[in-house]
Design a protein around this ligand. Structure first.
Ligand code: GLA
Length: 739
């Protein structure tokens, strides 16, 4: 079993990179660029007025296919001028554009409009740069396109001041994606709250605009920068067109989905223009984050699988073949702030017996951190809790065969800390105004170079002095009073709101820079992005972090819905899921151990329970469940995910994962509560080889135990019969494809 799983992982890189092709072709005669990514094509062209238009986004066009030349739409009425109805590629506000602009700029002479015309193109293999220039002002806009073989196109822009006076950018989107002009679309999006992230919504896209955003300084629990648009009459989980995308930015962001009264459908995303501006001095430029998007004819399931493959191959720090996530033990729910050397060693002894591979000490190990009222910012080891430093514990954990991880929250400070007493000006603030505390803490202004130096140095020292393999990087509040009195161009005596607003961009770029430098200097260290659970998950932070803490909600029933929503946008590899104690701390729900495990097996399995309370029987079943997970982990984390039955509004749900090379499949099945004694429905599998024979290994004693062998066509046609009954029943089945 073990050697087979290793083989799966070795094959993954090849499968991921060879899955499909990508290319960019220039058709100079027709002023068009044809971008192929996976099974989709995107075409851009400029018209006789040198305006850049989106010409096509949909199923892959045959080689040599030609589209009609770009042309402005005729004026429909004096109220609908061509500029407002033509699907422009990067519409700037000016000349009667009434839909959402990608760019809005104040010019030095007071002119607030722009008309961007095509200037030049630079094409290199997988990347295209189109340069637009304003007809009146010295302003250039560079549009970038990168195609990926998994079926994703990245777009971003750079606004450049080529004049001698400063411009003020008021709104800068990364890109605008135009869908075929039509009605009958439905939009899916994700919202949530602390303890309830990743709630999936789908509703018809009506005329008007739907705004998804964060004004909080970070990605947020409340909305995630992801969208998927299908056709109401055609699109399901398994079939039909889906246009989908996600923005790679961890600061305040905005995504607007518009369906105009003339049925032009557009999705724009980029910096949130709320409380935002960015001043560009002569020669300066502003780059927007990447906005990734794709098209598939294979329904919402295939849209997710494209994103999952893309994230593994192109985004995550371990790309193109990230190593599967180790099984974590984290002591937070067991001990909260009450961490001690002896207590952690005792938990480590037990965790090792379960097959855990990484032991993580959470909050409470540093400064005067008895609770959440003090200590953030004082990153020295607490002498009372760890009299000999962290070394004895780390050595103990390593001797047990596990690596060691540690919680940090580098961007925050408690007012009750030595750091704050020394540097009160390091917290974000407006002069003369009271700070607003949340969880008794303030946000450090990471836009400041001295704060950056402090954060990098303490983390670098922590990682240099200790054998730390992993950081859980937390971020437990949102912004308030986002002032930056020392911003270039501003000062306490002559404050400039314009200069200070650059904090929205500079903070995040500095965060990425710190993460990137730390990883370069400590290449073996892995990082988890956490923000009170899943408050900072996006393709910006995932370039530097290997995984995320999906939610502080560890109740297995709630988790079914949370994880269902999560996988629409992000890969199971990144989705950390712990088995914790019952009654659950959040809702007092009591769920059997196996159900809790089989739910956590959908992602990167971890354990967050107080193992001191587990009976020998529970320890033994946890050991067996963990051992089973290890045999299917690569398939779960790197395979193709099929959401067979949604847990939303259903007592019954299942997910299935199929290894990229088809050699293994896993079925995870749940019954929340049985009614009327009815039998569990038969489960038809997907994505198998219909002619191949599969040997079934069941987690527990079901009718498939032993050496049952079934053909793929039978598993997909007739389906799998499961004997789930009662409340909170669950099972996991492994399907091994025979040669
Ligand atoms: C946040 C995290 C938790 C835990 C606590 C520690 O809420 O999401 O997992 O680390 O902080 O204070």
């Amino acid at each position: 079993m073990r050697s087979r799983v290793v083989a799966v992982s070795l094959l993954l890189a090849a499968a991921i990179t060879c899955a499909a092709q990508s290319s960019i072709r220039e058709d100079a005669a027709h002023h068009q660029w044809i971008l192929n990514a996976g099974e989709s094509t995107y075409v851009i062209g400029f018209n006789d007025q040198a305006m850049l238009q989106s010409l096509y986004w949909g199923p892959k066009l045959a080689d040599g296919a030609m589209l009609p030349e770009a042309r402005m739409k005729p004026e429909r009425a004096s109220f609908d001028p061509p500029i407002a109805t033509t699907p422009l590629e990067y519409p700037a506000w000016g000349a009667g554009l009434f839909s959402e602009p990608a760019l809005k700029v104040d010019s030095p002479n007071g002119d607030r409009t722009l008309i961007l015309k095509f200037d030049s193109a630079h094409l290199d293999a997988q990347q295209l740069e189109l340069v637009l220039k304003d007809v009146a002002q010295p302003l250039a806009v560079h549009l970038f396109y990168r195609v990926y073989p998994q079926g994703v196109i990245a777009r971003w822009s750079r606004v450049e001041n080529v004049g001698k006076q400063p411009f003020r950018v008021e709104q800068a989107m990364s890109a605008v994606w135009n869908l075929p002009q039509d009605t009958g679309y439905s939009l899916s999006w994700l919202t949530g709250q602390w303890g309830g992230e990743w709630q999936l919504h789908t509703s018809p896209l009506e005329t008007g605009a739907q705004l998804l955003e964060s004004r909080r300084g970070s990605t947020s629990h409340q909305a995630n920068p992801w969208f998927a648009i299908g056709r109401t009459s055609q699109t399901t989980e398994t079939a039909g067109p889906v246009w989908f995308g996600e923005l790679g930015w961890s600061g305040s962001w905005r995504m607007m989905v518009e369906s105009t009264s003339l049925h032009n459908v557009r999705v724009s995303a980029g910096y949130n223009p709320y409380d935002y501006s960015y001043t560009l001095g002569p020669g300066q430029s502003l780059e927007t984050p990447e906005f990734y998007a794709g098209y598939t004819a294979g329904g919402h399931g295939e849209a997710s699988r494209i994103l999952h493959r893309f994230q593994l191959a192109e985004i995550l720090p371990g790309k193109p073949d990230p190593r599967p996530r180790p099984i974590i033990y984290n002591s937070w729910e067991a001990t909260e702030f009450d961490v001690t050397e002896a207590g952690q060693m005792a938990l480590a002894d037990k965790a090792a017996k379960l097959g855990v591979e990484r032991f993580v000490v959470d909050d409470g190990w540093f400064g005067q951190r008895a609770n959440d009222k003090a200590g953030l910012g004082d990153w020295y080891v607490n002498q009372q809790k760890f009299p000999h430093g962290l070394k004895p514990l780390i050595d103990h954990v390593n001797a047990l065969g596990m690596d060691f991880g540690l919680w940090v929250e580098p961007e925050m400070v408690n007012p009750d800390s030595d750091l704050y007493r020394r540097h009160p000006d390091w917290a974000m603030q407006f002069p003369g105004r009271q700070h607003t505390e949340q969880r008794n803490q303030l946000v450090l202004n990471l836009a400041r170079p001295d704060v950056v130096a402090f954060v990098f140095q303490f983390l670098d020292k922590l990682l240099t002095d200790n054998n730390i393999a992993f950081l859980k990087w937390d971020y437990n509040r949102n912004w308030s009073e986002p002032g930056w009195a020392t911003a270039p161009g501003s000062s306490p005596t002559a404050p400039s709101a314009d200069a200070e607003k650059q904090i929205y961009v500079q903070y995040m770029n500095n965060l990425y820079d710190i993460l990137q430098r730390l990883r370069a200097k400590h290449p073996k260290v892995e990082i988890e992005s956490c923000s009170g659970g899943g408050g900072r998950v996006d393709l910006g932070i995932l370039r530097y972090t290997d995984e995320v803490w999906t939610s502080d909600n560890t109740d297995a029933l709630d988790r079914l819905g949370i994880q269902f929503g999560y996988t629409h946008a992000y890969s199971p590899e990144t989705m950390v899921a712990w088995v914790t104690d019952v009654p659950n701390f959040l809702d007092r729900r009591v769920i059997p151990l196996q159900f809790r495990f089989v739910v956590a097996m959908q992602g990167a399995l971890g354990i967050g329970a107080n193992l001191n309370k587990w009976t020998p029987e529970e320890m033994e079943s946890a050991r067996q469940l963990t051992a089973f997970y290890k045999t299917v982990r690569t398939t779960v984390q790197h395979g193709k995910l099929y959401r067979l039955q949604s847990p939303l509004n259903s007592e019954v749900s299942q997910v299935e994962c199929v290894a990229q090379d088809g050699s293994q499949a896993v079925l995870l099945a749940y019954l929340h509560s049985q009614h009327f004694g009815l039998a569990y429905p038969t489960v038809p599998l997907q994505g198998l080889d219909s002619r191949a024979m599969y040997r079934i290994h069941a987690l527990d004693n079901s009718k498939y135990s032993g050496e049952t062998t079934v053909q793929g066509s039978v598993l997909m046609g007739a389906g799998v019969e499961l004997n789930l009954a009662g409340d909170y029943d669950s099972t996991a089945l492994e399907f091994e494809r025979l040669p």
